[in-house]
Design a protein around this ligand. Structure first.
Ligand SMILES: *Cc1c(COP(=O)(O)O)cnc(C)c1O
Length: 433
């Protein structure tokens, strides 16, 4: 009935998450409120970790792409599930560090890491730098030398896979701000250059072919292209690289139109391709890394709002306004991302109305969805938006000086607050006069 298995309806016709009544959550913690089912997050983690053990003898590591949802609680949670964390900024790195994530399991991504960020990562001892381009490589070598360290690197490669059409395109997908191009020889050249640098140790290669992908095929194609590239590196430069990072991008269910692949099937499919290609190219089996973000947290989270004004424009549409909006969830405003909506206090009732769900920001584009099927709503109802665990809190802002919502985790029927609601004092705390 719902897009996520952690949701249900109780005998009072209220939506529950992880067995907890969303109406009591709204009452106790206020709205807007991010709610995350910790047990559901752990189930998602284990699907990946167990499949790495089952299909690839555990010769790898699952990294949580923390940009999907980065806070101390999440970093601690994934570390306790034997996962690593990938970070793309000093702020994400600092969060992982303070949360106690073992630094050797941290992978540092990003297409424009600053000198300060690189130095911070060197001094904290992050496990791997995923180097994006040549200027970063040279800068990292220089900084590592000054710090008396050797940096272990993977290179971000653009393998030319179009994940949504399944094409391997020789030129079509190379126009991208990320990574070095495989097809024109740049990727080989950067590895050659790196092998001459004293303070760089080249460990492997990385690719990330897109996001919200529903098929196994593009991941298999990418794995095949990348292992063949490892073969070419060995044949051309005599260097055997030991790590293959295949990125994230595994699709989740936002609305009933979405039909995700069970997450453990990715590892099964990809490991077959890696094993076969490595054998063909006479390579030792590389350590595999995968970086799911959305699929770890997306369907484990919901957002609760209080319904305010309802405005019917006859013959046009009905607006339903909530006490949050693009500040806590900019995804509709950014790229018309679709969500499923429910009136949480009548969750089991038929959806007999259609609304455009608007936020409270001073911006016409501040919408959470248009023409959304919903139960007929009244002011004061609690509106639930489903599958908001990923790229909501992490993309939130203080636009219009609206404080960010609190985040609550539920587990085994118990609740705890993991991020406090911002206050107006938080809003002005960095103002200097
Ligand atoms: C965004 C990103 C991910 C995570 O993508 P999801 O679609 O959330 O799984 C993983 N790796 C890299 C390099 C990314 O940029």
């Amino acid at each position: 009935m719902f897009t996520s298995p952690c949701l249900s309806v109780n005998e009072e016709n209220h939506l529950t998450i992880g067995g907890v009544d969303t109406l009591s959550l709204a009452k106790e913690y206020g709205t807007p409120l991010y709610v995350l089912d910790e047990d559901a997050v752990r189930r998602n983690c284990r699907l990946y970790v167990d499949s790495m053990n089952r299909f690839y003898d555990g010769h790898g590591l699952i990294l949580f792409a923390s940009k999907a949802l980065c806070n101390t609680a999440m970093c601690k949670l994934v570390a306790s599930e034997n996962m690593g964390v990938d970070v793309v900024s000093g702020g994400e790195l600092y969060t992982a560090y303070k949360a106690g994530v073992p630094m050797e399991k941290v992978y540092f991504h990003g297409n424009n890491k600053t000198e300060a960020e690189l130095n911070m990562a060197l001094s904290l001892g992050v496990g791997r730098f995923v180097v994006d381009n040549q200027s970063e490589l040279l800068e990292l070598d220089r900084l590592a030398k000054a710090a008396g360290k050797k940096a272990s690197v993977l290179f971000r490669i653009t393998p030319g896979i179009d994940a949504h059409t399944h094409d391997f395109i020789m030129t079509g997908k190379i126009d991208c701000k990320f990574g070095v191009i495989l097809e024109n020889g740049d990727a080989m050249e950067i590895i050659r250059l790196a092998s001459t640098l004293e303070n760089i140790e080249v460990v492997g290669v990385h690719c990330h072919i897109g996001s919200q992908i529903f098929d196994l095929e593009p991941f298999c194609e990418a794995a095949s292209v990348m292992v063949n590239f490892l073969g070419d590196v060995k044949d051309t430069l005599g260097i055997t690289l030991s790590e293959l990072n295949l990125g994230g991008g595994f699709g989740i269910c936002y609305t009933e139109k979405d039909d995700p692949v069970p997450y453990d099937q990715y590892m099964e499919a990809v490991s077959k391709v890696v094993k076969a290609t490595a054998e063909k190219r006479n390579l030792p089996l590389p350590k595999i890394l995968m970086e799911p973000g959305r699929s770890i947290v997306g369907d484990a989270g919901i957002t609760l709002y209080t319904v305010g004004a309802i405005k019917n424009i006859p013959g046009v549409r009905s607006y339903l306004a909530v006490d949050g909006g693009m500040g806590d969830n900019p995804r509709y405003a950014l790229y018309q991302a679709e969500y499923e909506f429910l009136v949480a206090n009548r969750a089991g009732s038929a959806k007999d109305a259609v609304y455009t769900v608007a936020g409270k920001c001073c911006e016409s584009g501040d919408l959470l969805g248009e023409h959304a099927p919903l139960q007929t709503a009244n002011s004061g109802d609690i509106l639930a938006v489903l599958s908001t665990g990923a790229y909501n809190y992490s993309m939130s802002s203080n636009y219009n000086r609206i404080p960010r919502p609190a985040m609550v985790m539920v587990s085994g029927g118990k609740t705890r607050i993991v991020v406090k609601r911002e206050t107006y004092e938080d809003i002005i705390k960095n103002d200097c006069e």
